[in-house]
Ligand binder design. Structure first.
Ligand code: NCD
Length: 298
């Protein structure tokens, strides 16, 4: 398989191999360069805002010694009315070998259809659909702290309805055998397909004895209308603070894909606290993206 559009494109063995490969790039607190993509051209096409994902794909490609093209909607001809597939065809004509695409709509299949046989596509987040590379970095982070996925209780809290991170990470957790996945949100922010996970609308119940607590932002820009009427009410019921975190296991880790809305879904002391692995996720993101870019037979 050459594209990575959905986490379900991967078998369990392939997923574990990519995690091991990513781990292999990490030496203590450093991610080493390895010239595995010399002469290869990677185009990062970001049609939606991004800090972590874009910067880490850029850095990952550079660490692998690839040529890197960076485009975002504000400085591309998309803002002059060019279609996405025309943009892709033009960059393909310049010799792009790997496309990394982020878009507000679910466009990956449409892009994949216009690619030449050896050109690869990596989904860097599409609409409310999938974000498979974020799932991989989440899984690598969990594995570093708690390697036995089968025995883990994972609580995912917040706007699950609009979260492509949650969709991909839940699928990845299931692929690795995790049996206790809890989705915690107000009922109007839960997806209709819960992938067999347990749902809670009460944070105090949902995080009880959890090993992993993953917080999500309220993604207002992806909402049809104002689904969240009252921030204060949401904060009262779903914000993770130090007192509530005590309900999880004492060695529970706290995760967040970013961007965080401090003071809304998470308090400063928890975001910056001893149990937080949020910056470790970001660190792992570079290594995971190196593993994905370097994998020629995904
Ligand atoms: C997420 C995204 O863009 O889906 N961020 C990320 O890639 N780390 C999460 C979000 O937007 O809330």
């Amino acid at each position: 398989m050459r594209h990575l559009i959905s986490i379900n494109d991967l078998t369990q063995a392939k997923l574990l191999q990519l995690l091991a490969q990513a781990q292999g790039f990490i030496e203590h607190d450093h991610i080493r360069d390895q010239a595995l993509l010399t002469g290869v051209t990677v185009a990062n096409l970001f049609f939606e805002p991004s800090t972590r994902t874009h910067a880490s794909f850029d850095l990952a490609a550079q660490k692998l010694n690839a040529h890197v093209l960076n485009l975002n909607v504000n400085n591309s001809s998309a803002s002059k009315g060019e279609t996405l597939t025309d943009t892709v065809l033009n960059l393909q004509a310049m010799g792009t070998d790997i496309f990394v695409v982020r878009h507000r709509d679910n466009v990956m299949q449409e892009v994949a259809q216009v690619l030449k046989p050896k050109v690869r596509l990596i989904n860097a987040g599409e609409g409310c659909g999938e974000h498979p590379t974020q799932a991989l970095l989440d899984l690598l982070t969990i594995q570093q702290y708690k390697p036995d996925f089968k025995s883990l209780s994972v609580a995912i809290v917040g706007d699950l309805l609009h979260s492509r991170v949650a969709h991909s990470t839940i699928a990845g957790l299931k692929l690795l055998g995790c049996r206790d996945i809890r989705l915690i949100a107000p009922s109007n922010l839960l997806p209709s397909d819960t992938h067999g996970a347990t749902t809670y609308d009460d944070l105090t119940k949902g995080i009880k004895d959890a090993d992993v607590v993953m917080m999500l932002r309220i993604q207002r820009e992806r909402m049809q209308s104002g689904t969240i009427a009252d921030d204060q009410e949401y904060i009262k019921r779903f914000q993770l603070n130090a007192k509530l975190l005590k309900l999880a296991k004492p060695d529970a880790i706290v995760m967040h894909p970013g961007p965080m809305n401090r003071g809304v879904e998470i308090t400063d002391d928890v975001a910056d606290g001893k149990q937080s692995v949020i910056l470790q996720q970001v660190h792992n993101g570079v290594a995971v993206r190196m593993a994905i870019l370097a994998d020629r037979e995904l």
